[in-house]
Every structure is written in C-alpha cells, then in structure tokens.
Write a protein that binds this ligand. Structure first.
Ligand code: PLP
Length: 271
C-alpha cells in the first residue's frame, strides 16, 4: 500500500475546530498521512480566539527537518504563520525539497475576528511564499487584502484573482462563500482559464475551520493524483458535507465532525 504524506504547518487550536488539528483530521479522513509542524499555540474554543504565542523560527525549522529527515513528503499545506521568519522557513522547505504541491491558506484572522497574523507577515507571504506556491486559497477578506480590490461581485473575484496570480503562484482559489446571496461562488484561476464553482449555501450558521479543511482537502486530493480542478471540486464536496453535518458541541459556533463518511475518504484514484 502506498501512503501519500502531507505536512500541515500552522497554529494549534485546542478546540480542534481550526488550525493543524482540523488539517490533520481532514488529511486522515481523505486517506493521506498528515504530519504537523506547529507555528503558534492559540487559545480558543468554539466562542473564539483570545490569545496566542508564536514559536521560535528555530523550533519550527527543527520540526520541519525532523519530518524531512524521516522521508519524502508529497505536499505541504500552510495556515497561520507566526512571523516573517516562519514564512522564509516554509519558502526554504518548498524550494530545497522541490515540493510540487504547496497549498497556502493565507490566514489573517480567526473567524471570530481576532487577528492571528501581522501585516508584515502577510507582506512576507505575498513576496516570498506566493511566488513559490502551487495554490493559494484566500477567502474574500484575505483576497481583498492581497489584491487591494473590494470584492462584492463575481467580476470582482476575477479582478482580484488576476492580481493575486501576478505574484507567481500557479493557481488562485478565491472562496466567495461570504458574498451576499443564496449561492456560494468560488473562483479557480491559473492565469489563463477561470473556473467558477456555484453551489447553494448549505446553512447560515458559522462552522469554524472550513478554510483550513478546504486547503487540506485540496492538498490531499492533489497528492492522491487528481488534477487541480477535480481536487477543488472534491474538496468542496468534502467541506460541504462537513458543514451539513456540523454539530454544536460547545457554546459557540458549530463543530465539524471527522468521522469517516463513505465517499469522502475510501477510494483512491485508479486511472
Ligand atoms: N489557523 C488557526 C490556528 C486558527 O485558529 C484559525 C481560525 O480560528 C484559522 C487557521 C483559520 O480558520 P478558518 O478555516 O475558519 O479560516
């Protein structure tokens, strides 16, 4: 049995709704081995994040090197990066190890609104990491920040994607779930072709960690051999299921459940 391996790099969320805990559960459920390297420890629960501490760049590098010393990985997924040095550590990891599939979720804030990343870190991501990335997966706020475009319509999605693609990243996926209306519209763009994904919104309540799950699921499907369009398509179905089945486990937002559901994780690509 060949097992594909993905390293998720990001912040720890003790409530498991977002961050590397959500990444690892997603990778596991889709049938990929998930390694994790922690950039920061956040303090949060289903009601939101209250504080965090960032780990040293040395500690992040040591974790990354410990994984790489143990064998090859096929993909990297990044979430919360604690400072510009972390960004450089990830950039070095991608270039030195010729990682084909690097999925960058440019996390800026927790869904509760707390900033998890400083402006200088986002600037470093834009300059040093996006040019090396296979795919970047901003939500509307993150895409607005990265492009300088206020996004209110499908046309704005395209304008923003074109600007973000100029950083050198191969694929841009803007998740338009938060644009007003009954439909969630996402745009995947590679500099030539634009692919719009339209789906009726599943529910109104907030489920935390959907961005983390989406980026991890895309990375998992890519390393399993699906092309970028199909990986996004499958990841959307996966996250949609998570949103539909989410439950109130705490006292705040709904929590996704990662108990293996038939159809998400079972089959591997055979052609
Ligand atoms: N990473 C960490 C550690 C977080 O705490 C959060 C949000 O709380 C995120 C990433 C982003 O979460 P989401 O997937 O909701 O965008």
């Amino acid at each position: 049995m060949i097992v594909k391996k993905v390293l998720a790099i990001g912040g720890s969320d003790p409530s498991g709704g977002a961050g590397i805990q959500a990444d690892q559960k997603t990778l596991t459920e889709i049938g990929v081995y998930g390694y994790t390297a922690v950039t920061a420890v956040t303090v949060q629960n289903s009601r939101g994040a209250t504080s965090y501490d960032v780990l040293s760049s040395k500690l992040l590098r040591d974790q990354i090197n410990a994984i790489l010393d143990d064998g090859e990985i096929q993909g990297v997924k990044t979430g919360m990066l604690g400072n510009p040095e972390h960004v450089l550590d990830v950039a070095n990891l991608i270039t030195k190890n010729a990682i084909n599939y690097s999925i960058i979720d440019p996390v800026i804030k927790a869904s509760s609104g707390k900033h998890l990343v400083t402006e200088t870190t986002v600037e470093a991501m834009k300059e040093k990491l996006l040019p090396l990335g296979f795919m970047v997966t901003p939500n509307i706020d993150e895409a607005s920040y990265l492009s300088g475009i206020k996004i209110e319509s499908e046309n704005d999605l395209l304008k923003a994607a074109r600007i973000i693609e100029k950083t050198g990243v191969q694929w841009v996926l803007i998740k338009g779930g938060h644009i007003d209306g009954d439909f969630a519209v996402d745009l995947l763009y590679d500099g030539n072709q634009d692919y719009f994904f339209r789906a009726k919104k599943v529910r109104a309540e907030n489920v935390r960690g959907t961005g983390c799950m989406m980026a991890s699921a895309i990375c998992a499907y890519l390393v399993k051999g699906y092309d970028p369009y199909e990986s996004v398509n499958r990841a959307k179905t996966y996250v949609r299921n998570k949103i539909s089945n989410a439950l109130l486990l705490g006292k705040g937002s709904l929590q996704a459940l990662h108990f293996c559901m038939k159809g998400d994780a079972d089959e591997d690509r055979t052609d």
